[in-house]
Structure formats: C-alpha cells, structure tokens
Design a protein around this ligand. Structure first.
Ligand code: ATP
Ligand code: MG
Length: 564
C-alpha cells in the first residue's frame, strides 16, 4: 500500500466507520472496493475514489478489492481493464490478489433474480421502453402500475427463463422489481433489473443475452465479496433504498453499508468517460494518454507523479456537497511534489545565438552545476561553456521597455552558474530586421557568479553551449478548455476547447547531460517549468520533452483578462 500519513485524515466517512467499529456492526472488519466499469480509461476523479477506498483499507488494516463492474456489454473491453489495472498499480495501491469481475457473478445474480420472482417480488414486464418511462411518472406525478405486474410467479419464471435462452428480441421484455409505483423516490418505482441485450460481452462472450442493471448487480456484488462499506458518489444517494431493498428481500448474509460522497469536479476539464471518449474519437486529442487529458494515463505521460496525485486527493478531502475544485490546486500539488524531486537542468526553448567576442575560440570550460540548490545529495553534473551559446530569444530585447532587466545592448547579466556577459552589438537578418545573433563580452573575473569590484546585475539567465547542446522537441501543454466549466449552458462542450492547448517547439537546445535521460524521467528546466522525457516518442536520436507544469501559475491573470 502507499505510505499513509503520520496523522491519517479524518472525514465523515471515517467517522461512520469508527462508529461501526465501536458498535461492532461488521465484527470489526473493514472491507472496501474500487468498482470501475471498464468502459474507458480512469481519470483523476477515479483517483479520488481509489485513494479513498484503498486509503481507508490501509488505515484500518482492512482490505480493498479491485472489481471490474462489467455488467453492460456495450463499450466494455479488455483494453480498459488493462488500463485500470495499470493505473491503480501506478497510483501506488495493491489489491493483494483481490481482483474480481462482476461478470463472474452472472449466474449467481440470475439465481438471485429467480429467488425474487419466486417471492413475488419481481416480474417480467412487456411494456416498451417508452411506455415504462411514461408509466414511471415524475417527481410530482405518481407512477402507474404496469398491466404485467399481476403476472403469476409461474409465468414470470417461464418468461425469464426464455429471456435467458435468447428467445425474445431486445426490448420485448424486461425483468422488474415489484416495489411501489407511488413511491416519492422514483428509483423505487419498479426499477428494471434485467434487460435483453444480444451483444457479445468482452469476457462472458455470447453466453448471456440478458444483462443485470447496475442497481441490482452492484449491491449483490458487494455482498458476495463481503464488502462492509460501499463508497460511491452522491448521484447514488436516491438509489440507497433500492440497494438495501434488494439485500433485505434476498436475506443475504452480508449487507454492506452504502455511503455517498461528492465526486471530484475539476475546472478547465471534463471528468466523464463519455465526454473523454468523445475527445478521443473525434481526435481532438491524440488518445487516452494525450498529456492534456485528465486521465491517469495522460497525466503519467505528462510527467505528473503518483505522489503528486495522491497528495492532491488528500488535500481536497471528501465532502458531502458537490463543488468544483480549481485546476490551479492540482497544478500546485504537482509543482510542490516536483520541486522536491526534479533535478534542475538548462534548456533553451527558443534559441538566440550569443557570441562572446573576447572568449578564446576553441576553448571549453566545464562548470560543475548542482542538480538541486536545496538538496546537495542529488549531486551535480558538468555543463560545458564555450564561445558560442544559445539563450532564450525572450531574454534579449533590442529596445527594452522600462522594467526589462535582462539582456539588451549595453546591459550586463549573469549567466546561470557562470560569468557576467555584456551585450555590445547585434546582427540582424537583412530582410526581416530580426536580431539573429547577439555579441557580448564576458568578464573573466566573474566566474564565481560575482564581480570582485562589487558591481551588481539585475538578472540571471539560462543558456547552453551551442556546439555541445542537444537538439530537442518540446511540447508545451496548456489547459484543454478555455473556460472553467465547459459543460455550462448546455452547449457542445467541444466548443470551448483551447486551441492553444498544444504548442510544439522543434528547435530547442538542451544541455548535454540530458543525452541519456530515461523515458519518463522528470526535470526542471531552469526558469521555465517541469518537463518529462516523453515515454513514447522520445529516443536517443530525437529527444522529446513534455511540459508538465510551468514554474508559476501564469493562468489566473490571463484567463481573467479573457485573453485566450
Ligand atoms: P464517469 O462519469 O467518468 O463515466 P463513472 O462513475 O461512470 O464515471 P465508474 O467506472 O462507474 O465510472 O466509476 C468507478 C468508481 O469511481 C465509482 O465508485 C465512482 O463513484 C468513482 N468515481 C467516478 N468518477 C468520480 C469522480 N469524478 N470523483 C470521485 N469518484 C468518482
Ligand atoms: Mg458508473
């Protein structure tokens, strides 16, 4: 299990569990589960649920099952199962061999349904889907009983068996629980338990042509696995009486407690598999693992660490009311995490050539540069310095505005870990007038980073040696949406996509120490942000880096001004 904090978090769910332990409701056991449906890749919202369920199990010395909630053949597949397994593991949690599939319970669930029919608590209904909806009524209008509600037990058993045998078309019949069509809780108005679906299931194949509904399958799967606390999101609050109804009517041995908490909503993104599938299918993103996606696969590829995600989940806690968490909070958790662990290196994203006129041609010095200013244990590397360097284009302005303290003609700056240099002249492209080369002189006395005569500079800039640096591609990612809530107003959410969410820079230069950087490894590019070696597209011959997060939150101000 992932390490738990010195002082474990407390929240209303843990309070409920504490109470159950006090009253011995579950004989001292704590058994949770994370029950994803394998119909998409897990996202950061799922991470919240994973951290909660596995975190509680670890804290109380209990167990947490990983259960594929695979009761609907449409849209489920093995690729998604694999992604869930990989992502939960990556987040740092271990289900200790307790991996289960609801589809393995199909026969047992069928038998439970038969039991309910025999009790007169379930019936085969032959209304059409539209009719069922109409009969159900509304919040203000009570429902109407189906004319098929009075079918005899024998007829129901017979029909249900023929449903299973595949003798009816889809939609011809459903199995419904016989509860109360006038209940103020619409969920209790004879909910559907089974429907006919003549679809292959990725795991059960064509063995079944009737499939159980979530409400029926979920409580029983929990009970079969002897779960004590079935934690789910708030949308299921109204379903809790139904959860209990099935378990009570069937007099099962284990009756778990369902507890609802507020799902994670995050600004500037969407957390719904249906929406994410749309982005993938419309090729708005390159795939589930596109670094702009809020999926764990995307976040991993972007360079975000499992620790960063876990600390974010801990920070937001669990609550009973829905709210939207600011994306900036996630970005801050990531920054704090990477600040500690990412080695510092120098990379120039938009290179401008600098020639140091008074530095001997052919001479090379090696500067010993620490990987982390606050953590000497991370060691250091040698960075070569020579007559021709690259600096960032934006660190030079020919006619600087008032508060620009970096390089311009006549101005002196410090090179990170190196000398003071002073700009003496520029070379321009004769056609465009653009500055293409900057000429400087250096002061050999400032090797320590300070001038013996005590003169000061106002800026320190990063650089690489032109003949030693390595070419690299850098992918700059930004938020996927331009607005905080892309779902607002009922518009098509894809209208709010941020067209500048990806910028690819192909002529970057990075310091030579990165030559053997491992795929997925993370660095701070000094003065810019945190980056990781793209685990898929990067190679020794062609380095590719992904921006994980910038050093500072540049977004808050910009978005307020509505510039994007
Ligand atoms: P989606 O809306 O993305 O399709 P889902 O609820 O249908 O999500 P499941 O695979 O059923 O996806 O979810 C597995 C578990 O993760 C459930 O227990 C669910 O409550 C939880 N979960 C899903 N989304 C969130 C979220 N945004 N915040 C917290 N928990 C979530
Ligand atoms: Mg679901």
């Amino acid at each position: 299990m992932a390490p738990t904090n010195a002082s474990p978090p407390s929240d209303f769910i843990r309070e409920i569990i504490d109470e159950h332990l006090r009253t011995n409701r579950f004989q001292g056991r704590v058994a949770t589960r994370f029950p994803p449906e394998p119909n998409g890749y897990p996202h950061i919202g799922h991470a919240k649920s994973v951290c909660l369920n596995f975190g509680i199990a670890a804290q109380y010395g209990g167990t947490c099952n990983l259960r594929m909630d695979d009761t609907d053949p449409s849209g489920e597949n093995q690729e998604y199962v694999d992604s869930i397994i990989q992502d939960v593991k990556w987040l740092g949690f271990d289900w200790k061999g307790r991996l289960y599939y609801a589809s393995d319970y199909y026969e047992q669930l069928y038998q439970y349904a038969v039991q309910l029919i025999k009790k007169g608590k379930a019936y085969v209904c032959s209304l059409s889907a539209d009719e069922i909806r109409e009969y159900r009524g509304t919040l203000t209008k009570p429902g109407k009983e189906s004319p098929y509600r009075i079918r005899s037990v024998e007829e129901n058993l017979d029909l249900f068996q023929h449903m299973r045998a595949g003798e009816f078309e889809e939609g011809a019949h459903v199995l419904r629980a016989k509860i109360d069509m006038t209940s103020p809780n619409i969920t209790m108005r004879d909910p559907v338990m089974y429907r006919i679906k003549k679809e292959n299931h990725y795991r059960a194949g064509n063995k079944w042509c009737i499939y159980p509904m979530y409400d029926f399958a979920h409580c029983l799967s929990d009970s079969i696995e002897r779960i004590t606390h079935s934690i789910c999101t708030l949308e299921f609050e109204n379903n809790r009486p139904l959860y209990d109804w099935f378990l009570d009517e069937l007099k099962v041995e284990y009756h778990p407690q369902q507890i609802e908490f507020a799902r994670l909503n995050l600004s500037f993104t969407v957390l719904s598999k249906r929406k994410l599938i749309e982005l993938v299918e419309k090729r708005v993103v390159s795939g589930w693992d596109d670094p702009r996606m809020p999926t764990l696969a995307g976040m991993r590829r972007r360079g975000i660490t499992p620790e960063g995600i876990r600390s974010f989940c801990e920070r937001i806690g669990v609550a009973k009311n829905d709210s939207v968490i600011d994306m900036a909070l996630l970005e801050n958790s990531i920054r704090e995490d990477l600040n500690e662990k990412a080695p510092r290196v120098m990379a120039v994203l938009r290179p401008l050539r600098v020639v140091i006129d008074n530095y001997p041609e052919g001479q090379v010095e090696e500067f010993d540069c620490p990987y982390h200013p606050q953590n000497p244990e991370m060691g250091s590397r040698k960075v070569p310095f020579s007559r021709v360097l690259y600096i960032e284009k934006e660190d030079f302005i020919e006619n600087p505005p008032k508060k620009f303290y970096r390089l311009s003609i006549g101005r002196e700056v410090r090179l990170r870990y190196g000398y003071f240099i002073k700009c003496v002249s520029v070379v321009k492209d004769p056609n465009t007038g653009e500055v293409v080369e900057v000429h400087c002189i250096y002061d050999p006395e400032t090797r320590s980073g300070f001038a013996p005569d005590g003169r000061k500079v106002d800026a320190t800039i990063h650089w690489v040696s032109a003949s030693h640096s390595l070419p690299a591609e850098v992918r700059l990612y930004d938020r996927l949406f331009r607005v905080a809530n892309p779902m607002e107003g009922g518009h098509d959410f894809t209208e709010y996509l941020n067209s500048k969410s990806l910028e690819i820079l192909r002529s970057c230069q990075v310091e030579p120490s990165l030559v053997s950087a491992a795929p997925g490894s993370r660095f701070q590019f000094e003065r810019i942000g945190y980056f990781c070696v793209d685990p898929i597209d990067s190679s020794d011959k062609a380095l590719v880096f992904n921006l994980t997060v910038t050093l500072r939150d540049s977004w808050a101000k910009i978005s307020e001004k509505g510039k994007r």
